[in-house]
Structure formats: structure tokens, C-alpha cells
Design a protein around this ligand. Structure first.
Ligand code: URA
Length: 239
């Protein structure tokens, strides 16, 4: 890869700014000053330093975000703020996108990446990746609902929903539940409860596959995936 391309890809500056840095002799490759942006570098192995700082090349970024309600799960939008606006410009530079969508009023775990292959695999219905949600429900959730969700309910699609595991945390006029599904149809959780005559009043995603929302994150915060979570992503890609 050209040195100037590598540096601008890493968000060091525009091509023009990078050119000026090179001219000012601020860039070394393997300890040698380089002032020509066309120089070929191996981004993974060559040691590139700009103004004394080592540039660690990365192609893909993987973030977990605690999505707050009121924010759109989309890439950037001129009219309204999106989940991508919540991350630093450094990460935005990689043009990340959300892995699947949470409704505007849904909170919780959302992965952001620019790795299309991973996103595709995590979302593919064939892969049966589990997604667990916590929800508050208007109405009494019953054992019968557990059975119905296990066998599948009619949410107006061609087929019934795939078997889902419903756990009742609290049952009453207002109930609290956890639901694990392996599909991701539009408004799926809300439609499943509508199918049994109940209404979701609050929804939060807790888990996607082996990646759980980190309890130290506050709403709107994010962090890079850790090694274990990245290893799980690799596993999903290989499967
Ligand atoms: N199911 C829903 O109804 N909404 C979401 O945001 C996610 C799952």
C-alpha cells in the first residue's frame, strides 16, 4: 500500500495534509525519514511513525455500543442523529455500520463494524445466532405464552416464528421477561407479544451470540470488543 494512502486511511489527515507532514520530515518508516508518499509500505509489518507516534494499522474495527433510546440505528443521516454519531471521529473514519437494527425506542447492545462479512454472518438466519432481550410488557405474561413462543407464533410472515425461549422474571399487570430469539424480523419482539395480545413498553437487547452488553458501559458509551469477543467473531466467520 502507498504510504500516503495508509496514513490517510488511518485518519492521520487528508492526502494533502499527509503530503505536508511528509515534506516536513515528520514521518519515518523503519527508522528512516520518508518524504515521498508514493513509497510502498507493508501496513501490518513496517514500523511507521508520525511525529514520534507509532501508527498501528487496522483495517476493521469492532465496537460494542450501549444504544440509548431516541437514536437511529443507521449510518450517518443529515436529519437526525444516528448511532455512528456516538463514536469518535477516529472510528467514524472507518465508515462503521450497525450490525442489524434496533428500533429507535429500543436500547442496549449494538455492534458497530466495517467488517461486512462478519455482519452478514451474524445476521444470517441460517446461522441461528441468539439474541436475548429484556422487556417490560403491559399485561400478564403466562406459562401459555412460554409454550406459544416455543412452538412459534404468527406475526404475519409466511411462516411462524422460530422457537424462542421466554423467561418470566415478573408476572403481573406489568410483566418483565427475557426473550431469546434466533431471527431478526422487523419489530420481531414487539410483534411476537402483539401476537399473544400484549404490548412491549420497554425493550433492551442484552446479548448477541456470545457477546453480552458490558455492564460497565453507560447509555451512549461504547468500547472496542475484547480479545474473547473478537475470537468469537472469528469463529462465526469460520463456521
Ligand atoms: N425486536 C423489536 O421489536 N425491536 C427491536 O428493536 C429489536 C427486536
Amino acid at each position: 500500500m502507498r504510504l500516503d494512502k495508509m496514513l490517510s486511511n488511518m485518519g492521520i489527515g487528508t492526502r494533502k495534509e499527509v503530503k505536508a507532514m511528509l515534506k516536513k520530515k515528520l514521518v519515518t518508516v523503519n527508522d528512516e525519514i520518508v518524504n515521498n508518499g508514493s513509497k510502498h509500505v507493508e501496513p501490518e509489518t513496517d514500523v511507521v511513525i508520525v511525529s514520534g507516534e507509532k501508527i498501528v494499522y487496522e483495517k476493521y474495527i469492532y465496537l460494542m455500543l450501549y444504544k440509548p433510546a431516541g437514536i437511529l440505528s443507521a449510518t450517518r443521516d443529515h436529519h437526525t442523529s444516528t448511532v455512528v454519531d456516538l463514536v469518535d471521529p477516529y472510528f467514524q473514519h472507518f465508515q462503521p455500520f450497525p450490525v442489524g437494527r434496533l428500533d429507535k425506542d429500543t436500547e442496549g447492545l449494538l455492534l458497530l463494524t466495517n467488517d461486512g462479512d462478519l455482519a452478514h454472518r451474524l445476521l444470517s438466519p441460517k446461522k441461528n445466532v441468539e439474541k436475548t432481550y429484556f422487556a417490560t410488557i403491559q399485561g400478564r405474561v403466562t406459562e401459555e405464552d412460554i409454550q406459544k413462543f416455543k412452538t412459534g407464533v404468527d406475526i404475519g410472515e409466511n411462516k411462524l416464528t422460530k422457537p424462542a425461549e421466554l423467561v418470566i422474571l415478573r408476572s403481573g399487570a406489568i410483566s418483565e421477561i427475557e426473550l431469546t430469539i434466533t431471527e431478526g424480523k422487523f419489530h420481531q419482539v414487539k410483534r411476537m407479544f402483539e401476537a399473544v395480545g400484549k404490548k412491549v413498553t420497554y425493550l433492551k437487547r442484552l446479548r448477541m451470540g456470545e457477546i453480552s452488553l458490558d455492564s460497565v458501559l453507560q447509555k451512549g458509551d461504547y468500547r472496542r470488543l475484547n480479545e474473547e469477543e473478537l475470537a468469537y467473531c472469528e469463529q462465526v466467520k469460520m463456521a
